[in-house]
Design a protein around this ligand. Sequence first.
Ligand code: NAD
Ligand code: MG
Length: 384
Amino acid sequence: MKNIYLLGATGSIGRQVLEIIDRNPDDFCIVTLSANSDLDGMSTLIEKYRPEYVAMGQPDAAKILSNRYPQTEIGSDTAGLVKAATFNPLDQNGLLVNALVGMCGLVPTIKAIEIGRSIALANKETLVIGGDLIMPLARKHHVTIYPIDSEHSALWQCLKGEDMNTVKRLIITASGGAFRDLSREQLTTVTAEAALKHPSWSMGAKITIDCATMMNKGFEVIEAHHLFGISGSKIQTLLHKESYVHSLVEFIDGSIIAQIAEHDMRLPISYALYYPFRKANPVPPLNLAKTGKLTFEPLDFHRYPCLAYAYEALEKGGLYPCVLNAANEMAVQLFLEHKVSFLEIETIIRGQMDQVTNIANPTVDDLLITDATVKEAILITTLK
Ligand code: NAD
Ligand code: MG
C-alpha cells in the first residue's frame, strides 16, 4: 500500500492519477490533496477520499472549503502546498505525485526531497527551473524521481538496465501541436481557442499552448537533461505526428530502442505509480497493423523559435531556464486571456532572455525572485 500525497488533484494529470488509484483501491491510500481554486472539484474529492489534509492555491477558496468541511484541515498558498507535499514526514511508504502546472511546483518538490519522499513528477516546470538544484538534492537524500511526462517515461523504459556510457543520444518525439500544418504567416492570426485543439492529447490549457509553440518540447529537452544526466547536444527532437512512438534512445552500436503505445497518459502515470512493476491498466492496446505509417521529420528551429530558445537556455544555464519559464508562463497566460497574439509569446520570451544578467548556481530564492521580476516586467510592458 502506497500513501499518496497528490498536488494538482483537479487537473488533467491529477484526475487520471485518481482514476488509476480508483481502479486499484488496495494499492493506494490518498493522504493529502491539493488544487488551486476549483471548489466543486475539490469538494467532490474531499467527500470521496476523506484526505487528512487539503491545500488550495487560493486562500479564499481554502476559507470557503474550511467552512464547508470543518472536520478537514485545509491550508493555502505555498505553505499549504508544502504541507500537503510533506505531510506525515516519517511515512516510509509515501509518494508525492506532483501534477501542479507551473513554477508553483518548485518549492513543494524541494521540501519533499528534503524529508526523503519519493516523487512521481508531472510538473515539468519544476525541473526546467530548478533541475540543477533538485537532482543533486535528490541524490543527497536518496530520493528517486519517477517521470510521468510520456516522453521521459518512454526514455526511462528504453534505458532500463542499460549502461549510460553506451547511450549516443536521446530522441524526443513531438506531435507538433495544434498548428503544425500552418506556415509562420498563418500563425499571425490564430486564436487561443484554435490553439487549445490538440491533435493527439487532451491536456490542461497551458501545456496545450506550449505544444503549439513547441516550448513544451524545449522544456522536455531540459527535463531529459536533468533526469538522465545527458547534455543538450545529445538530445534530439523529431516531429512524429502520429504520437505513438513516445521517444527513443540511440546506442553507440547503432541500435535504436523506442517505446510505442497509444497516446494515453494513464500508461506513464501507472508506470510511475507502480515502478519497478508493470501493471495492467485501462489504456487500449495499440494495433500497429491498423495504425499504418509512422512518420518522422526534423523539427525546424526557424518555424519553432521557442524550441531554439530552450536549447539556448539549457546551454547558458544559471538563471536562463528560469527566465525562459517565467516569460513563457506569463506570455501564455496573456495569450489565453486574449491580451497578446500567438506570435507575441515568442517575442516576449526573446525580449526577456535578451535582458538576463546571469549568475552561476542560483539559489531557490534567486529563482523565486527572478520568476517574480520577469513576470512583473512583462505585465508592466505588455499591459501599459
Ligand atoms: P491542469 O491545468 O489540467 O492542472 C493543473 C493542476 O494544478 C490543477 O489541479 C490546478 O488546480 C493546480 N494548480 C494550478 N496552479 C496552482 C497554484 N498556484 N496553486 C495550487 N494549485 C495549482 O494541468 P495538467 O495538464 O494536468 O498538467 C500538469 C503538469 O503536468 C504540467 O506541468 C504539465 O506540463 C505536465 N504534463 C501534463 C500532461 C497532460 O497530458 N496533461 C502530459 C505531460 C506533462
Ligand atoms: Mg510530454
